[in-house]
Write a protein that binds this ligand. Structure first.
Ligand code: ADP
Length: 736
């Protein structure tokens, strides 16, 4: 390396890459025997060898076998590994907690605290990587963003795609891009060294993945994989390799990685199967179905707590933050009435939006004479391994994204989980000792569940994915290598939506606006709002950022209906209400919070605003301002001002500008008042009602727009503002 004159050498020898502080070394040494006991440990050599021989490795092993934490460390010392290793995660919580754990195991500093940190993470609105980061955990969305800037992923020697069994849309896109990347190497593309790819999954659909990567790779794998399934392969053939993994994911007989490797023969794809460690788990069903799973969960928690000895923590699977927070309250309330002799109960929430420090409590052992009750979304199903759990309570539901083609809207629905999800949840109870799983549904109910969860790509809005693909230079969406091809109808809907947003041109190629939107960590709809707000004639970017930040968190305004002090709450909240609707109300909420200099927490309590969520809003707001500055949408001098600091127009004009910008993105979410008092959407003629949580609930306006659509029995519009018909017409004229 060239000598850099004028650059001071590091004066802190304890934090150079070679000399981490002693307490970190001590911790690393304590953790080593624990790592060595993980089921994956004996496979280290095989995993390393596979990636010398082949560029792709498909690795299966039960959650907790050590895939996410160990694989990057196994690869780090390889000769070919001269650059960084990326490990993708479907959720930010997992990315951050894994990075922290791996840093500890390596005796390294973590994040961007020091140039010596070897482990970092990058999640939406939070990048903690340093110049020496060698292991980088990142969410799938962030890897896709990086691919826009660097299609060849030149900064990485290896990409590890974790949790593939979850089949998020983003994972499917990543797999498609990676397949192209590994098959393109050597065909005149820029990337010189081959990219190593490890695909990791907790369930054993190895066959499909191997075939996917082998097809078109030049190695005649396609044919051999197919013929292996037909069973006409002889001695060294593939048949036995597939039968090595029986359909329930258990290895039969003496199957091990080596044998599978031998059997997969000359392909460019290796496979490895880690035998799991699973104690028996007893299943207990409800005798009768229940409508109220919160109550059923509460009862079961206390039933277990009174009946079963310590140690043994409880993991409760619930649908979302709101339900988790209400059960947390209930457990705390009821626990107050427990006798002194009974051990304590410590409820701990676990959901994606949880701040980092709260997440770490999950991994700490329960205090003396205390039982942890982890109240989690399906994040704890496979993504995060919670130690100490012996009892699982499964409500049988989860919140999933569902695109309703007929409505042209995406919504979050609470739906029954699949059998494979139920089995995963149950398995969480038997990681360390025999356990019990309480299913809050009947055995009949279980039998009626679908076998597998439908991959997200088959049921969600694809506009963001398609925009990502277009920005990444994939013009022929139809021929993109999808693991599961989305229905033509959803592809067309998404293309149309992008056209309406002005992100694509008439010919289907990406526009300048589209390129900017693709670089923002937002849905195309929200991205479009920001672009519009930055235009000189609107000039309300800071306001739009404030509002969009609030739309990016859940449950900012606490639900007044569940509060006893409803009247007081309404009175306090009323000073924030704006007659224009929810969006301007949210803007006022942010502005007043920012203005509050003395005690922001107390301000939140007074106004029944979640302080936790508001802190998230502030963080997102900061990041969006930075990103808009980078994209030259925002002048650097404006990036640190409050949004209401120097407006030159009247409040009425400003509100109109803001709402018209939001409308530009949300044109599909507009509805007009019908003579019978209902609202019908312009585009799909769907009846929607204003949600009771809206400040416009019960009011009649000529037209509304809404930023969220919820379907609970009927179609509700949430986050509603009044708009004028001529504004809607103006946008429609522009897009049609
Ligand atoms: P897999 O990827 O196969 O699910 P992991 O590598 O995530 O397995 O986990 C291996 C083990 O490491 C887990 O059983 C758990 O005990 C431990 N572990 C993982 N993450 C953390 C963490 N953030 N804090 C403490 N322990 C952890």
């Amino acid at each position: 390396a060239k000598l850099q004159i004028g650059k001071k050498p590091s004066t802190h020898p304890r934090t150079t890459p070679h000399h981490p502080p002693p307490h970190l070394i001590k911790r690393r040494d304590t953790l080593l025997p624990i790592r060595k006991a993980l089921p994956i440990w004996p496979h280290a050599e095989y995993i390393r060898k596979s990636l010398i021989k082949d560029n792709v490795l498909v690795l299966t092993g039960e959650t907790g076998s050590g895939k996410s934490t160990q694989v990057p460390q196994f690869l780090l010392t390889e000769k070919w590994c001269t650059k960084c290793i990326a490990i993708t995660q479907p959720r930010r919580v997992a990315a951050i907690s894994l990075a922290r754990r791996v840093a500890e195991e390596m005796g390294s500093l973590f994040g961007d605290k020091s140039p010596a940190a070897k482990v970092g993470y990058s999640v939406r609105f939070d990048n903690a990587t340093g110049p020496n980061t060698k292991v980088k955990f990142l969410t799938e969305g962030m890897l896709l963003q990086e691919m826009l800037r660097d299609p060849e992923l030149g900064q990485y020697s290896a990409v590890v795609v974790d949790e593939v069994h979850e089949r998020s849309v983003n994972v499917d896109l990543i797999l498609g891009f990676l397949k192209n990347l590994v098959t393109e190497v050597g065909k005149g593309k820029r990337r010189k060294d081959p990219l190593r790819v490890v695909i990791m999954s907790a369930t054993a659909d190895v066959e499909g993945l191997v075939r996917f990567f082998a097809e078109g790779s030049g190695n005649d794998m396609k044919q051999s994989a197919t013929s292996s399934m037909a069973g006409d392969q002889d001695d060294e053939g593939l048949e036995s390799s597939w039968s090595g993994i029986s359909s329930d994911g258990e290895p039969d007989g003496e199957t091990n990685s080596e044998q599978i490797a031998r059997n997969t023969g000359a392909s460019n794809v290796s496979t490895c199967f880690i035998e799991g460690r699973q104690y028996p788990v007893k299943t207990i069903y409800l005798p009768e179905p229940t409508q109220d799973f919160i109550e059923a969960a509460l009862k079961t928690v206390f039933q277990i707590h009174y009946k079963e000895p310590l140690p043994g923590d409880i993991l409760v699977f619930l649908t979302g933050q709101e339900v988790i927070e209400s059960l947390e309250k209930l457990v705390n309330e009821y626990a107050k009435g427990m006798d002194k002799e009974v051990p304590k109960l410590l409820p701990l929430p676990l959901f994606a939006a949880l701040p980092q420090h709260a997440q770490q409590l999950i991994f700490a052992p329960a205090p003396y004479r205390t039982r942890k009750v982890i109240l989690a979304t399906n994040i704890a199903e496979t993504s995060v391994t919670v130690p100490g759990v012996r009892y699982v309570i499964d409500c049988g539901k989860s919140k999933i994204k569902q695109f309703r083609n007929r409505l042209g809207l995406e919504s979050l629905l609470v739906k029954s989980i699949s059998k494979s999800a139920a089995i995963q949840r149950k398995g969480r109870a038997g990681r360390e000792a025999p356990g019990q799983c309480y299913r809050l549904y009947t055995e009949e109910g279980y039998k009626g569940l679908e076998e597998r969860t439908t991959p997200e790509i088959l049921r969600c809005d694809l506009s963001q994915s398609i925009l990502t693909m277009k920005a990444r230079g994939v013009d022929d969406i139809i021929n993109f290598p999808f693991l599961d091809r989305p229905p033509r109808e959803s592809l067309e809907k998404a293309l149309l939506q992008l056209l309406h947003l002005g992100a694509l041109t008439e010919t289907g190629s990406i526009s300048e606006i589209g390129r900017k939107i693709a670089k923002l960590p937002l849905t195309p709809t929200l991205g479009r709002v920001l672009i519009e707000a930055a235009a000189p004639e609107c000039d309300c970017l800071l306001e739009a950022i404030d509002i969009i930040s609030t739309l990016s968190v859940e449950n900012l305004l606490l639900n007044l209906h569940t509060e006893e002090r409803k009247e007081e709450a309404e009175a306090a909240r009323r000073e924030l209400y704006k007659r224009e609707g929810d969006h301007m109300t949210l803007l006022t909420t942010v502005q007043q919070y920012v203005e509050e200099n003395s005690d922001r927490k107390a301000w939140c309590e007074r106004h029944f605003v979640s302080h936790r969520a508001m802190q998230n809003v502030m963080n997102i707001r900061k990041q969006l301002r930075q990103q808009c500055t980078q994209l030259k949408l925002l002048h650097p001098s404006a990036a640190s001002k409050p949004s209401n600091s120097d407006s030159t127009v009247s409040p009425e004009t400003l509100a109109q500008n803001v709402l018209q910008c939001i409308l530009r993105g949300f044109i599909a979410n507009t509805a007009r008042l019908m003579p019978d008092g209902s609202y019908r959407t312009f585009m799909f003629n769907q009846t929607v009602a204003i949600h009771p949580s809206s400040v416009l609930f019960g009011r009649k306006m000529e037209a509304i727009m809404f930023s969220e659509f919820v379907f609970t029995g009927r179609a509700w519009a949430r986050g509603v503002s009044a708009v004028q018909m001529d504004w809607v017409q103006a946008v429609v004229d522009q897009v049609m």
